[in-house]
Design a protein around this ligand. Sequence first.
Ligand SMILES: Nc1ncnc2c1ncn2[C@@H]1O[C@H](COP(=O)(O)OP(=O)(O)OP(=O)(O)O)[C@@H](O)[C@H]1O
Ligand SMILES: [Mg+2]
Length: 269
Amino acid sequence: MTERGGVLIELKKLRKVYDHRGGELEVLAGMDLTICRGDMVAIMGSSGAGKSTLLQILGTLDTPTSGSYLFEGKEVFSGPASALAKFRNEQIGFVFQFHHLLPEFTALENVMMPGLIGRMKRQDAEERGVELLKMVGLGDRLKHQPGELSGGEQQRVAIARALFMRPRLLLADEPTGNLDLKTSSGIHDILRDLNERMGITILVVTHDPRLAEQMSVQLLVDDGHIIPYHQGDERARGRVSEEMLHKAPLSVRPFMSEDISSARERSEE
Ligand SMILES: Nc1ncnc2c1ncn2[C@@H]1O[C@H](COP(=O)(O)OP(=O)(O)OP(=O)(O)O)[C@@H](O)[C@H]1O
Ligand SMILES: [Mg+2]
């Protein structure tokens, strides 16, 4: 059980600049962001806005150009590479848009993999793997290989695997990007349940405002910064900087469900 409230993550003036064909591309432009323990955050933003870049840095799969990333008050990128690997393995669970499961292994073996890599006893790893697969509703698919599972089932295996090491933070980059709405909504239900019951802090990148609306905080990556998805949204207070709280987005936002339902009504007139 994770303690709720209190700051888990602080990004200060975080910049990410890609060198590209002799030029520079600034994707994160001095971003400030605070994530509290137990937060369930939806991250939206147009294609190319920098959502994946942000998640990769939070997951320490990539490094920022400058700025600070504090996790429980400690600078993440200040230590040696070995400390970073340990931090990533112990504190972070990552779920990608495409599950990245190993095709030649069963669902159970895929989930156990972080334990086996971490030299955990096989029997202990197996017990935990079974427990996690049951939790995501796949207790009767333990021996299936990824190719023998549906897209939603594969993504649930990926979530179970991401939880194996009991991470403090679960990062999901469009985990339902290639699934239909009903299956997506089932995956989001699992994430919400993990957040509510176990207090795991979760950040999900999604393009679907209907799913985002079910989360406690909704943020937008816009012009290299983080702003509230709804301008002035009080739920974003303390997460985004004061200066950004009332900022209007420069980019075109993904559609809101109000927009979608009013468009539907009009198209039916
Ligand atoms: N290694 C790289 N070198 C140069 N430019 C890059 C690199 N990786 C990403 N970019 C650029 O950085 C920008 C942000 O990319 P990112 O993948 O973070 O976007 P995103 O918000 O996740 O978009 P999407 O919704 O399409 O997944 C894009 O314009 C992309 O072209
Ligand atoms: Mg992306």
